[in-house]
Design a binder for this molecule. Structure first.
Ligand code: IMP
Length: 431
């Protein structure tokens, strides 16, 4: 039996959705454990693009999907997504989708505060997705949040919201110079949504535990990436949740001994959306070329992603922080046609080598990447399905990644479609 956590090793957008979609064929449960609709999974199924933000991508495989306690959920977005997926003929009923009663609810004031604060920060803005993620987690930590268990109990809901409402409106009006929110209108609207969502709300931790005892295999689907982690990322240019593998336990309500492996998703180069230092960022034609060829636009906000060379300081950081047991390399085809490729093997800071990722953003911004240059390949590899058919230079690139990361590659993806993949090891099948 295998219970695998899948996480992004870089700054998100590594292509987790496709790998989760692929591997969930062999899992029974697919569980999200952190974040919210700041995430965006783009999947291509039979030529059709499907984007999900909250519902785990395993839903496309007909698997039972869980939204764990660690998420912050916008009910409006969730209902729209349920309707969108249902319209595509996908079963998203309460038998297939379970929302944890302890997950937190994103309220309209969270979204307004997110936008208002970013606007106020001007140049210093984080570049958030504007979905209210940070303000909702903030209320969770200060114990002023609203959970799904409250949302579906009208009296409790009105009491919880009523307790914070005056303060929220004061802050919106007086500090952020935004319009106040009408409490009654908002509560009525949320109660309508609560009625639709109530059948989905349950104790996710208990259901997963029982499933594991019955021999079900679980895939824990991370969102964002390790370097957007609230503790271990490039703080403050991070998201507000813990994105590392350890949080699969906390955010889904399972004990650590249930996890049997951690697969780290690595884009064959590096991208980042939003602000913050990015040592291997490319500002030249190669960066533009990668951005265009890789269609590097955010699935949630449509923003252009910044592109750069593969950074092994970051990847080694992820290996350690997540106990990675294997790697999945994605978008390898995008690098085709480049005469040579750089891999960043370390940073140079003030004339000295720095092998570990620094906590200070000033230090990080002053780091110069140390590059190793490898020959590129001119062949289009997107049609290749057997690892041994990959050009020698492509295999050398992958081998070097394994050597520098100290971890083996289990999956290689050469295109967005399900079949454009080479699976070298699949824990769910072997289990
Ligand atoms: P927030 O999560 O909306 O608060 O945004 C905080 C930072 O995380 C911003 O730089 C966002 O661009 C980034 N971010 C949030 N979600 C994702 C994601 O799914 N992929 C990549 N970056 C993300």
């Amino acid at each position: 039996m295998a219970n695998i956590v899948i996480i992004g090793t870089q700054w998100g957008d590594e292509g987790k959705g496709k790998i989760v979609d692929l591997l969930s064929e062999h899992a029974d449960y697919v569980v999200r454990f952190q974040g919210g609709n700041n995430a965006g999974h783009t999947m291509v199924v039979e030529g059709e693009q499907i984007i999900s933000h909250l519902v785990p991508s395993g839903i496309l495989q007909g698997k039972t999907c869980f939204i764990g306690n660690g998420l912050v959920v916008d009910p409006e977005v969730l209902l729209k997504e349920i309707d969108y997926l249902t319209g595509k003929g996908i079963d998203v009923g309460p038998e297939k989708l379970k929302i944890c009663e302890k997950a937190h609810v994103i309220m309209p004031y969270h979204k307004a505060i997110d936008h208002g604060r970013e606007k106020l920060k001007g140049d210093k803005k984080i570049g958030t997705t504007g979905r209210g993620i940070g303000p909702c987690y903030e209320d969770k930590a200060t114990r002023r949040g609203v959970r799904f268990v409250d949302l579906i109990a009208e009296e409790d809901f009105r009491e919880r919201v009523g307790a914070v409402f005056a303060e929220k409106n004061f802050y919106l009006k007086e500090f952020l110079a935004l319009d106040e929110i009408d409490a009654e209108e908002m509560m009525d609207q949320y109660q309508e949504m609560a009625a639709r969502l109530a059948p989905y709300v349950t104790n996710v931790s208990v259901l997963i535990y029982e499933g594991i005892l019955e021999g079900r295999q679980v895939l824990f689907e991370g969102a964002q990436g390790t370097h957007l982690d609230i503790d271990h990322g490039t703080y403050p240019y991070v998201t507000s949740s813990s994105t590392v593998s350890g949080n699969a336990c906390c955010g889904a309500g399972v004990g650590p001994m249930e996890i049997t492996g951690v697969l780290g998703i690595v884009k064959a180069y590096t991208t980042r959306v939003g602000a913050g230092p990015f040592p291997t960022e490319l500002f030249d034609d190669i960066g533009d070329r990668i951005q265009k060829k890789g269609s590097e636009f955010g699935a949630t906000t449509g923003r252009k992603r910044r592109c750069g060379w593969l950074d092994m300081v970051i990847l080694r950081n992820s290996v350690r922080l997540n106990s990675l047991t294997g790697l999945a390399i994605t978008k390898l085809d995008v690098l085709g046609g480049l005469e040579w490729l750089n891999i960043c093997t370390g940073y140079e800071y003030q004339g000295k080598a720095l092998n570990n990722f620094p906590a200070s953003l000033k230090v990080l911004a002053a780091c110069n990447p140390i590059y190793e240059t490898l020959p590129g390949w001119s062949e289009d590899i997107s049609g290749i399905r057997d690892f041994n058919d990959l050009p020698q230079h492509t295999r050398n690139y992958l081998k070097r990644i394994e050597e520098l990361a100290g971890t083996t590659i289990e999956i290689v993806s050469v295109g967005p479609g399900r079949h454009e993949t080479m699976i070298l090891k699949n824990h769910f099948v072997e289990a």
